[in-house]
Design a protein around this ligand. Structure first.
Ligand code: ATP
Length: 361
């Protein structure tokens, strides 16, 4: 497969902010506030968060469609605040695809190269190679309005890739596709990004998409970074209830930390001791963050519970159990051949200390 001829570039957001005027109140507010981060060359980073958290504004500032009111953006070590979008070494894949309907696939993809006055032979070669990469080789002559949504998205991706940008930007590129195609296309995007070794910055509000595709996730809330880290770090070590909840189903068990044993702390949950892997030594009240699939239900275990819901979901048995005053959700994977608990049954839940995470309250 043809590798990118250029080196991928890193991006630094040096405490950038964007102020907008609220159209209702007429007051200024920070849509993005003091965002500081470094994106490694060749990595895939996702800006994730609920609607209005500032992820699109951040991406648009990197692309040059908006300019920061505070802070500086660096691309490959160079400050770029003053550069117009076409002078930046970036290319964007839009949610709407933004293809030219009166051009065929080849001409859509060739557009950026013609604009850059690339010689004809080279255009032919680069477009052919990229269309092969996105598996559209046999569609060169098709008009884009004769393509399916997934194929149009591939053309949009090819058009961005063909100019070999230092950084590839994606603004919710899969939003207009159905669920199955979204999953297929996100795998494709990741495959192509890794094959080319290109730096990618991707905006989505879909947490499973972010986890599946990214080296690192920047989770935003109200214009600021709530947490950044690898998908597993964010999933298993959220730094707040907001992050824990946003990134998937989660349980919060109130506890009191009473001491330490090796790498674990001992926490009391409704009068029962459990272990939680934690470096923090704070003694006192806290919460244990537990993912539903990290909990086991059995006749014996750490914490007594009573079953309030038991529902077969295909790949797992979904339980809601009462532990003290707390309702705990459990996803018991592949339950076939094991005991299934019914509503009203008394049982125990258990979890491994490394699957649990402690949050200060
Ligand atoms: P979504 O997922 O809904 O696209 P987002 O996280 O991408 O949301 P942004 O589009 O970055 O959020 O918007 C951040 C905040 O800035 C929101 O409150 C939005 O209403 C506001 N905003 C965006 N563009 C403008 C503008 N041109 N003028 C005023 N306010 C704006």
């Amino acid at each position: 497969m043809a590798a990118n001829k250029k080196e991928p570039k890193g991006v630094r957001l040096d405490h950038i902010s964007k102020i907008y005027k609220d159209p209702k109140t007429g007051k200024d507010f920070y849509a993005v506030h003091d965002v500081a981060l470094d994106i490694e060359p060749g990595s895939f980073v996702t800006l994730l968060g609920p609607s209005g958290c500032g992820k699109t504004t951040t991406l648009r500032m990197i692309a040059g469609f908006e300019s920061p009111d505070e802070g500086e953006i660096y691309l490959g070590g160079e400050p770029i605040n003053e550069l117009t979008p076409n002078k930046r070494d970036t290319a964007m894949v839009f949610q709407s695809y933004a293809l030219f309907p009166h051009y065929n696939v080849f001409d859509n993809v060739a557009y950026g190269l013609r604009l850059r006055k690339v010689p004809k032979d080279e255009i032919q070669e680069r477009v052919t190679n990229i269309l092969k990469l996105v598996e559209l080789s046999d569609m060169e002559q098709r008009m884009t309005n004769q393509l399916s949504g997934g194929q149009q998205q591939r053309v949009a991706l090819a058009r961005a890739l063909v100019v070999e940008p230092g950084v590839l930007l994606f603004d919710e590129p899969l939003s207009n596709l159905d669920a199955k195609l979204r999953v297929q296309m996100r795998t494709e995007i990741r495959r192509i990004q890794q094959a080319l070794g290109i730096t990618a910055i991707y905006v989505t509000h879909d947490q499973s998409e972010a986890m599946a595709i990214s080296d690192n996730i920047i989770l935003m809330k109200g214009g600021v970074i709530a947490q950044m880290g690898s998908p597993t770090e964010i999933y298993y070590h959220p730094n707040s209830e907001f992050v824990a909840d946003f990134i998937g189903e989660c349980n919060f068990l109130p506890c009191t930390v009473t001491g330490r044993e090796g790498n674990d702390v001992i926490a009391d949950v409704y009068g029962h001791p459990v272990k939680v892997l934690s470096e923090r030594d704070t003694i006192g009240s806290a919460e244990i963050v537990l993912r539903p699939e990290a909990i086991e239900i059995a006749d014996q275990g750490q914490l007594p519970c009573k079953v309030e819901l038991s529902c077969f979901m295909g790949s797992y048995q979904n339980y809601h159990v009462r532990v003290g005053d707390t309702l705990v959700k459990i996803a018991d994977n592949c339950p076939i051949g094991r005991k299934t608990y019914q509503v009203g049954d008394e049982a125990y839940i258990s979890f491994r200390s490394e699957c649990a995470h402690l949050l200060a309250t």
